[in-house]
Design a binder for this molecule. Sequence first.
Ligand code: PLP
Length: 359
Amino acid sequence: DRNMKVHNFNAGPSILPNEVLYKASKALIDFEGSGMSILEIGHRTPPFVAVIEEARSLVRELMQLEDDFEVLFLHGGASTQFLTIPMNLLESGETAAYTDTGVWSSKAIKEAKLFGYVDVVSSSKDRNYNFIPKDFTVPPQAKYLHITTNNTIYGTQWHHIPETDVPLVADMSSDILSRSMDFNKFALIYGGVQKNMGAAGATVVAVRKSILGKVTRNIPSMLDYRVHIDNASMFNTPPVFAVYISMLTLRWLKAQGGVAAIEKINDRKAALLYGEIDENPLFRGTVVKEDRSKMNVCFIMDKPELEEEFLKFTKKEDIVGIKGHRSVGGFRASIYNALPLDSVEVMVEAMKYFSMKKA
Ligand code: PLP
């Protein structure tokens, strides 16, 4: 079992369920007995059309999306969505509201400014993004409000989705399908799938058709959601292998009992790890408690001179990927859907043991 070898806390691309990797490795050689690799079959042949259609419908089913939504698998990562969203939704001279909760939302803001006026309605920048700035009003004329539901680098998360009268747009790259919420409160949901939902190379977009077609600018075909919708997410060659991995990951999630079931396990993992951070005198969380992320757990040591030693110690325990992002320092343990509870238990034991040795 691969997970018996290392405990993978990487922030992304990150851990996938074992059974997804086994199935995908088989399909790499022979896809469903076709005598061809999944990389060799035509993307418009019925077996691959079935794969992308199943992936699209599993997203719809797991999020319980209303009929107005269309689900697309696109290229270009969440970063291309930073510009595609304002290009499709924001007329030059109109306003879009953005919350600034970290590097990724500021990148989204930078791109939106190329297309219209951006009102940054709240920001936690002056405290190195260690909380979610929830106190704001959205100007009524805003075409949409953009939030980043989980801030991968700083380890903060919106636990209550803001109520707003304007269409709500969300970058869910690092917490998509990790917790239950009313996904129908959103007008557009997007994310690179490489953390909770598959492999790098595919980007998922769930968009309400009713918000499209309202800007007058000419939109290049590859960046026009309506073109992708009209072509059933097959306008050009889709990222075939990445879509296949997403389909398998979505099937796995459904077999676990769906979003509500995985949320229970995610809650236990997060409670265990934050519990240790709060109890153990060597460690300290970096985020305001009520805004702590259940996906990316950031913490530091009061004695930073011990950090290297802790990293070396955990490496011997086969714990990988916990070095913090350079803008926060310390440690970041990413505990996405596919990370087993076992791995968190091993991590917590390592923290306890290290602390005991240093006492
Ligand atoms: N948004 C968030 C919240 C992320 O964590 C990331 C990547 O880590 C991105 C956007 C960028 O995604 P991509 O690399 O798919 O463009």
